[in-house]
Design a protein around this ligand. Structure first.
Ligand SMILES: Cc1ncc(COP(=O)(O)O)c(C=O)c1O
Length: 310
């Protein structure tokens, strides 16, 4: 992993002191939060947000400070972020490529973030589990590429996402040694060490970088197949920039809220999706559903055919 991070992002991490293998990204995130956050600490998160952040924050008595991003671009207003920082802000959680919106943060976004956090003690949790699933020739902007971010960042990766092995529950986290020492004080007593044979298998598999460098074209082909087959549908579509999720906006089809609409799609058409409201502040409805295109081509074409009939 040290070689992979150095080759891709130009930053080397000490194998013994700065990299820890975890039972999936979820355990890494939970451990970071429990190791560093205490009662009344504030954590800035961006909504819609992946669902494992807030329960962990709540559990330790800390407070999430959500910044709601708006469809279809989900872009960040850095003035809002600046105004959300208080003396209690202990951590910020970011996620690019982003689940559920499929948007990515640019180098300019990361630079803005770097400037904003410089001179503060705010820790950064950078959830980069979709780092290898990015399209249209774009480059993943890892927090490890920005020295002022890397010095305060835990960067979380998932073999589940990268190698299509979600059920194996394997991931890893990198961070400067002073931060990793604290992480391991918790990791030591809730995991101790992750299943060794699967670590050995993955170490072998990682030797061939083609196994992860092929992912952008592998998934872009699936995204493009799905979108081409949806051309005659009545959904409004903005091609996803990263992750294996595609948002479809249905304002021209129905006035139902997204939960009702997604349930009707399951019952009447046999197609499952996730309503975006469940990831939003106060579950606000954006008339948008999230579809997963990590499927066989046959399934994608069948799904698109059904969606075109709605
Ligand atoms: C943004 C994000 N972070 C973390 C995870 C958890 O990853 P893992 O399966 O490795 O625990 C997921 C899984 O869906 C995710 O989408």
């Amino acid at each position: 992993m040290d070689i992979k991070t150095e080759r891709l992002y130009g930053k080397s991490y000490d194998v013994d002191k700065e990299i820890t293998v975890t039972a999936g990204a979820t355990q890494a995130i939970f451990t970071i939060i429990t190791a560093f956050l205490r009662k009344d600490d504030e954590v800035i998160i961006f909504k819609p947000a992946y669902d494992c952040y807030e329960p962990a924050i709540e559990l330790v008595g800390a407070k999430s400070v959500p910044i709601q991003l708006e469809s279809p671009n989900f872009s960040v207003d850095w003035e809002v972020v600046k105004n959300s920082i208080t003396p209690q802000t202990k951590m910020m959680i970011i996620n690019s490529p982003h689940n559920p919106s499929g948007t990515i943060w640019s180098a300019a976004d990361m630079q803005k973030l770097s400037e904003l956090l410089e001179g503060t003690n705010i820790l950064l949790l950078s959830d980069e589990v979709y780092e290898h699933i990015i399209f249209d020739g774009e480059q993943h902007q890892s927090a490890s590429m920005f020295p002022k971010l890397a010095e305060r960042a835990f960067i979380v990766s998932s073999f589940g996402k990268t190698f299509h092995i979600t059920g194996w529950k394997l991931g890893y986290v990198v961070a400067p040694s002073a931060l990793m020492v604290e992480f391991r004080k918790v990791h030591q007593f809730n995991v101790f060490s992750v299943h060794n044979p699967s670590q050995m298998g993955l170490a072998e598999y990682l030797k061939n970088e083609a196994n992860y460098l092929c992912l952008p074209s592998f998934y872009q082909q699936k995204r493009d197949l799905f979108l081409a087959a949806l051309k005659t549908s009545r959904f409004n579509i903005k091609p996803t920039q990263g992750t294996f999720f595609q948002l479809l906006e249905y304002q021209d089809i129905s006035q139902e809220n997204d939960v009702d609409f997604s349930q009707r799609l399951v019952k009447e058409f046999g197609i499952a999706s996730i309503p975006i409201s469940v990831f939003n502040t106060q579950e606000s409805n954006m008339n948008v559903l999230r579809f997963c295109f990590a499927k066989t081509d046959e399934t994608l074409l069948k799904a698109a055919e059904l969606l075109c009939k709605i």
